[in-house]
Design a protein. Structure first.
Length: 158
């Protein structure tokens, strides 16, 4: 192939590297494809398919969390919330073995049930995490909780 590079120890072509604590690590560009074919791996938003690699990165170094008490409707996450807010996931905290449902909304969009709840829907009162890793496209993330269940939204909120 035209882009292949022969590397000779001590001389030859310069390659991309990253110096980490005095050790050079080669930088590599990822490609995907069937046997005998290769295409640069796509990154960023867009539809997922069997031939694409989805890469979702979010800076959560300034991560936030917000508690949502039981029986709350459409509680916004963050001081104001906005399109682009990142919802890493929701910690669901049942108060009894038959807690109510928990749902999320992207702005004024339709509710998405992340825990249906109901009679004997949990075996213990241990909190459990629902991983999401999603970015708002319609405004503030909102959480609705049913009776006997609270939640903690985790992510980056405006």
């Amino acid at each position: 192939m035209a882009d292949n590079v022969a590397i000779t120890a001590g001389a030859g072509t310069t390659i991309a590297a990253d110096d980490i604590s005095g050790v050079l690590h080669q930088r590599v560009k990822l490609s995907l494809g069937a046997d005998g074919a290769a295409a640069d791996a796509p990154v960023g938003p867009g539809p997922a398919s069997s031939s694409t690699l989805r890469v979702a990165l979010a800076d959560i170094s300034s991560g936030d969390y917000e508690t949502v008490a039981a029986s709350q409707a459409d509680q916004s996450l963050g001081a104001s919330g906005a399109t682009g807010d990142y919802l890493s996931g929701v910690l669901i905290v049942p108060a009894n073995l038959s807690p109510g449902a928990v749902s999320i909304k992207d702005g004024s969009g339709s509710a998405i049930t992340i825990f249906a709840g109901g009679t004997d829907s949990v075996l213990t009162l241990h909190p459990f995490f629902v991983p999401l890793g999603i970015i708002s496209t319609g405004g503030a993330w909102k959480i609705t909780t049913g009776a006997s269940v609270s939640a903690i939204g985790v992510g980056n909120f405006t």
